[in-house]
Design a protein around this ligand. Structure first.
Ligand code: ZN
Length: 149
């Protein structure tokens, strides 16, 4: 194949590709209304709020086993932090059974921390990619049952 023929085929393919490309249509703010639609160029806060009135939410989470040294770290990080309503800031602790001392789970829970289910065994991503439904269910439900005891 000579170079000129190759260049011609390439240009025809490029023209064909461009002909199939359809740019996004302009958004119509009167028709595109939340919660089902929101124009991407609309950067205003929802509900007619001003930026100053818009609540800013920060979620703090930690995962894995809960033990004394980690509990002490959570307290050290959040002890002086207050929400605008004066309530203490807390975190969600995604708890797995591995390395957990349940005394510290109960202590954190009594301080207002949310305790969430991580897994029983805390395997790696490769393990879960190959695991079947029963393995997933046992690992997640098993930790849920442990936390309910
Ligand atoms: Zn983890």
């Amino acid at each position: 194949m000579d170079l000129q023929f190759f260049a011609l085929v390439f240009l025809l393919a490029l023209v064909e590709a461009r002909a199939q490309f359809k740019p996004a249509q302009p958004c119509e703010p009167q028709k595109c209304l939340p919660p089902n639609c929101r124009c991407s160029e609309d950067r205003k806060p929802p509900g007619g709020l001003t930026p100053k009135e818009t609540p800013q939410i920060i979620m703090v989470t930690f995962d894995d086993g809960i033990e004394e040294r980690f509990y002490d770290l959570y307290i050290e990080l959040l002890d002086e932090v207050r929400n605008p309503n004066g309530c203490p800031a807390v975190a969600t602790l995604f708890n797995c059974n591995v390395g957990t001392n349940y005394f510290w789970v109960e202590t954190a829970y009594s301080k207002g921390f949310e305790i969430a289910d991580h897994t029983v065994t805390h395997q790696g991503a490769t393990y879960y990619e190959k695991a079947n439904y029963t393995v997933w269910k046992n690992d997640i439900d098993g930790q849920k049952e442990i936390l309910h005891r």
